[in-house]
Design a protein around this ligand. Sequence first.
Ligand code: ARG
Length: 459
Amino acid sequence: MKKPWSGRFTGRTDPGAERFTASLGFDRRLAPYDIEGSGAWARALSRAGLLTEAERDAILKGLEMVRGEIEGETFPFRPELEDIHMNIERRLIELIGPVGGKLHTGRSRNDQIALDERLYLKDVVERVSRGLRTTQSALVERAATTLEAPMPGYTHLQRAQPIVLAHYLLAYVFMFQRDRERFQACHARADVLPLGSGALAGTGFPIDREALARDLGFAAPSPNSLDAVSDRDYILEFLAAAAITGMHLSRLAADLTLWATAEFGFVEFADAFATGSSIMPQKKNPDVAELIRGKSGRLYGNLVAVLTTMKGLPLAYNSDMQEDKEPFFDSADTLEAILTVLPPMLGSLTFKTERMRQAAGEHFATATDLADYLVRKGLPFRQAHEVVGRVVRHALDAGKTLEALSLEELRRFSDLFAADVRAAIAVDASLRARAVTGGTAPDAVGRALALARSFLSAP
Ligand code: ARG
């Protein structure tokens, strides 16, 4: 197959080199964006007097034929034509004749690929944002019914203080909200038109790039052609946002996996989101959650791969940059897959709220409240901490819980203890005491829930 650039060559491409340099295997997904960009370019060329209206219309019609072939799966993808750009252009010429050869006037694959990627990115960001919102919505729904469901909160994975389940669930709603904001910011910075930058120095024809930007739905044309064709920070920002989101997702999935153990017994996965063992008949494994946890690995790896590829590259375009696409697409696909399976999985969880409530009060979970009780009676906190530490030591030695200690026993450690101490160390009292903004008191969580709900109506 004759290459579009064959003029200055006399020798043929080595077949191995041809396979090695081809990106068609993965950049074909950019076809719709390439066609969209080419249509706008044809209109820009005609506005600049470089195509007659008839030529422009022939090209636009040809591009629609190409689109039809791709959608109908009859398009002849030819890896020997390297990438999606040259495949589409060659097919256009085959379909409409030599006039198709006018499309690439003043354009380079360098501004073309940057355009396709930015168009693709803007679409993916919208899908990912929607997926995050659906995930938030599933969490908000569960939070709305668990405002009064106590559970142990942990630090160092040791029982720390009681919280309500809704407080835990909403923590992730706020994390995912910041993830959405990161993707929106990435979208806003990617919303700049690179087309018209040519290979590196700007196109040599009088293209109205402002009009072209409007035609393709970009906020503005890029102000520097070298920057426009050589940077891939828009992809890196996407990958960074995806990696951070993946980190959040992995922590949520990890907790659910832990909570589903017999040791915790806080949650049960629905059969629909669990799998069995090929050997152990009793097993019910939380595979979906485990894989969500595991996929953070590739989301991090993709970011590091593209950062490393871009490091030290001289301006402007280099073929190294063709390596940006697989990690980019992989992170997009991975996130979309997670965000499709996670919301229904969250909706199908059975929280064992009785077991959680019981665990919330165990193992000195309200010891801080006992110290706070002494503080309210006038003891400096540091001394109160020391006194309660000794109370806990005594209870451990006596094999008793805090609640089981008699008032006399407590008064051996401080005469500030009085009959009202019982009520102060109940789980409910501990929760209600934390009524500050952002605290776990059911009222405070209710206010956070209202804020979280407001996220669900934003795009
Ligand atoms: N397939 C190329 C890429 O992915 C498109 C740009 C190629 N430009 C070039 N001069 N080889 O980056």
